[in-house]
Ligand binder design. Structure first.
Ligand code: PEP
Ligand code: MN
Length: 348
């Protein structure tokens, strides 16, 4: 449930509500808004009568949240969450693009990719160093060495880094280097990992599992939020269906559905959702038209030589073309890309 305090509620009154929540075996979550402080009471709250809190001083109203995910719900927070990252925000009117190779393969590949995507409008750099491959014989990623290359790319381009985490044993190392921790589709329900991420202060980009429902995605986000980490970005990356002409099926519905159910930012990954470079720009445009707050896209300087996901990786030239198209769609729906000015300057 959610306790909405009066706009003039004192600190002492807020503390008394927090104490009452705790003494009823629930966990308080404070959200300080412009007008009101809202305190979430998370746990088995259905057994606690509303009056327990309604009668306390400074309380305006007590509302039950009907969804199984509480902190992620729009009922708990009606306004969109906007998270500032390095140099831009995600979740607001401006749309950032995260781009880069599937995997960090070597120094020159990464630096070339980073410079190329930055020049034409990327705002953050992606690159996996721990790769969750279907085959144990496939390239597994460079680990710490790859993080050193990512760090250099960050220094040279100014872009924040988005890197996948595959195990809670990597938390300490990755948090030292990266700005956003990506949870891949295969780990969406790795609950010990989600709990470990809840204890960090690093933003998390949580990808939808390939057979996960939207509700399951939101429940996974709730694991992270309930641990105290408020910065969760959701990512639609395609789901498994009977269709085999693309790697996955982009659930474009997920974008407006998620936007209606949650205040968290929603991004879309047209690379994994199609698995085919020819379809990536069209699906990227569709995502923005449907209301996505950002894109995460695979770009490789030489896709034919890529050690993973080359078939779905854009060349920097195709990426530049896609950015222009996506910007036109963003403007058509009353938004715009982050740093478009800089992008067009770089292209001129
Ligand atoms: C990736 O981003 O390279 C990746 C492995 O994605 P997903 O977890 O969506 O398959
Ligand atoms: Mn990939």
């Amino acid at each position: 449930m959610m306790v909405v305090m009066k706009s003039n509620a004192s600190q002492d009154q807020i503390e008394k509500v927090v104490d009452a929540i705790q003494s009823n075996g629930l966990t308080p979550h404070l959200s300080v808004g412009v007008d009101h402080t809202v305190i979430g009471a998370i746990g088995e709250s259905h057994v606690v009568p509303l009056e327990t809190f309604e009668l306390l001083d400074g309380v305006e109203q007590v509302v039950r949240i009907s969804r199984p995910y509480k902190l992620a719900s729009r009922e708990f927070q009606p306004a969109d969450s906007i998270f500032p990252l390095d140099g831009f925000s995600i979740g607001g009117e401006e749309i950032p693009i995260i781009a880069g190779p599937c995997a960090v393969e070597n120094h020159d590949q990464l630096l070339e990719a980073a410079m190329a995507v930055r020049k034409v409008g990327a705002n953050a750099l992606r690159g996996g160093v721990f790769k969750p491959r279907t085959s144990p014989y496939s390239f597994q990623g460079l680990g710490k060495e790859g993080l050193e290359f990512m760090k250099e790319a960050r220094e040279q381009t100014g872009m924040p880094l988005v890197v996948e985490i595959t195990s809670q044993s990597q938390v300490e190392l990755l948090c030292e280097y990266v700005d956003v921790l990506q949870v891949g589709a295969r780990n969406m329900q790795n609950f010990p990992l989600l709990r470990a991420l809840g204890e960090t202060h690093t933003p998390v980009l949580l990808k939808r599992g390939m057979s996960a429902t939207i509700q399951e995605l939101l429940m996974s986000a709730e694991y992270i939020l309930s641990g105290g980490n408020e910065r969760v970005i959701l990512c639609e990356r395609g789901i498994r269906t009977f269709e085999t002409s693309t790697r996955n099926t982009t659930d474009i519905n997920a974008v407006p559905v998620l936007k209606s159910l949650t205040h968290l930012p929603v991004v879309l990954d047209p690379s994994h959702s199609t698995g085919n470079v020819d379809f990536v720009p069209a699906v990227a445009r569709a995502a923005i038209a449907a209301g996505a707050d950002g894109l995460i896209v695979e770009v490789h300087p030489h896709p034919a030589e890529a050690l993973s996901d080359g078939k779905q990786s854009l060349t920097p030239e195709k990426f530049a073309e896609m950015v222009k198209q996506v910007d036109a769609v963003a403007r058509a729906v009353g938004r715009k890309l982050v740093s478009v000015q800089e992008t067009s300057e770089a292209q001129a």
